[in-house]
Design a protein around this ligand. Structure first.
Ligand SMILES: [Zn+2]
Length: 327
């Protein structure tokens, strides 16, 4: 059986072994590799940084900072390996890979220079995803909670220009300085007016991170589990709008959002009753060890009795139905 994965970050898609191999090979050639060789004496220490217990979502996201900086050194190499690995080791035949194109430019440069490099960085990722293995890949560009509205608008404009980019997302750690809710509404309205599909990280680990004002502008929600757990009265609206939740089970364990996946059972039950479609996804498989493969996400949900075995077919089908295609 093949599966679709609609929610996977480029920064969480490269196995630490591949990253470490690159660090060892280029340890004397680049500043980033040299610094990481100094910080981590060996692979055991490096992989522990990925596999250690995290305190919360913010701690979990610190791994992204390290990986983004490293991936910016050789985007093609890392992207190609992430995509072909998904096809061969995970039986994925459809993958939506998301990344923030600005964060794939060298961190030390001034903003204007990074902006000028941003289109080429995004195109490198897209080109590198072409593989001889049977997998179709589409791309989502992530806007960031900490970026100015102007910078986020540049990401929307770039998404419109690139044929393989199908959508925009709202991601990144919670931090001051980013757009207000009204400004997010404007940004999403603009994205839709430019013909882009839309998703946003929301209601992942924080029950107060629920913003119905954005619902009219979203086709999918990244996570959204807190809506089903704490604001189930909003589920009929999601169903009416046809909004699909991208549920990534292992993430909730790794971020200490849930102690056990059995707690996702009411999420699936309430969404099924209300008619809210759920697609199962991986988020950041490289941070989840062997457990991070998509089939393992399904298996863990069945073992925790959050879903029944036969529901696997339904949720896989939802993934194909709600896949973003450029219209
Ligand atoms: Zn995510």
């Amino acid at each position: 059986m093949n599966f679709p994965d609609l929610h996977r970050h480029l920064g969480g898609a490269t196995h630490p072994r591949i990253l470490w191999g690159w660090i060892e090979k280029h340890g004397r050639e680049t500043k980033t590799a040299a610094r990481l060789r100094e910080r981590f004496p060996d692979y055991a220490a490096f992989s522990f940084f990925f596999n250690r217990p995290f305190h919360d979502l913010a701690d979990y996201l610190t791994v992204h900072h390290l990986v983004e900086e490293l991936q910016a050194e050789e985007l093609t190499y890392f992207t190609h390996r992430a995509v072909r690995g998904a096809a061969v080791f995970e039986a994925l035949d459809y993958l939506e890979l998301r990344f923030n194109p600005y964060k794939r430019t060298p961190a030390g440069l001034p903003e204007a220079e990074r902006l000028a490099l941003m289109p080429e960085a995004a195109q490198q990722v897209i080109r590198a995803a072409q593989t001889e293995f049977p997998i179709q890949t589409a791309f989502i560009l992530c806007m960031d909670r900490g970026f100015s509205p102007t910078l986020n608008r540049q990401i929307i404009a770039l998404a419109e220009q690139l044929p393989d980019v199908v959508a925009v997302d709202l991601a990144g750690p919670y931090q001051p300085g980013g757009p207000t809710l009204d400004q997010w509404v404007e940004l999403y309205a603009e994205a839709q007016a430019r013909g882009l599909h839309t998703t946003a990280h929301m209601a992942e680990s924080d029950p107060t991170d629920i913003h119905p004002t954005l619902f009219p502008y979203l086709e999918r929600i990244g996570h959204g589990i807190q809506i089903a757990l704490h604001r189930p009265e909003l589920l009929p609206e999601l169903a009416e709008r046809g909004i699909c939740l991208e549920v990534c089970p292992t993430t909730y364990l790794r971020t200490n959002t849930l102690p056990d996946l059995a707690e996702l059972r009411p999420v699936f039950e309430r969404c099924t009753i209300a008619g809210v479609p759920i697609s199962i996804a991986t988020d950041n498989p490289a941070l989840h060890g062997e457990a991070g493969k998509l089939v393992n996400e399904y298996e863990k949900l069945v073992r925790a009795e959050a879903i029944h075995f036969n529901d696997i077919l339904t949720h896989a089908a939802v993934g194909y139905q709600h896949a973003f295609k450029k219209g």
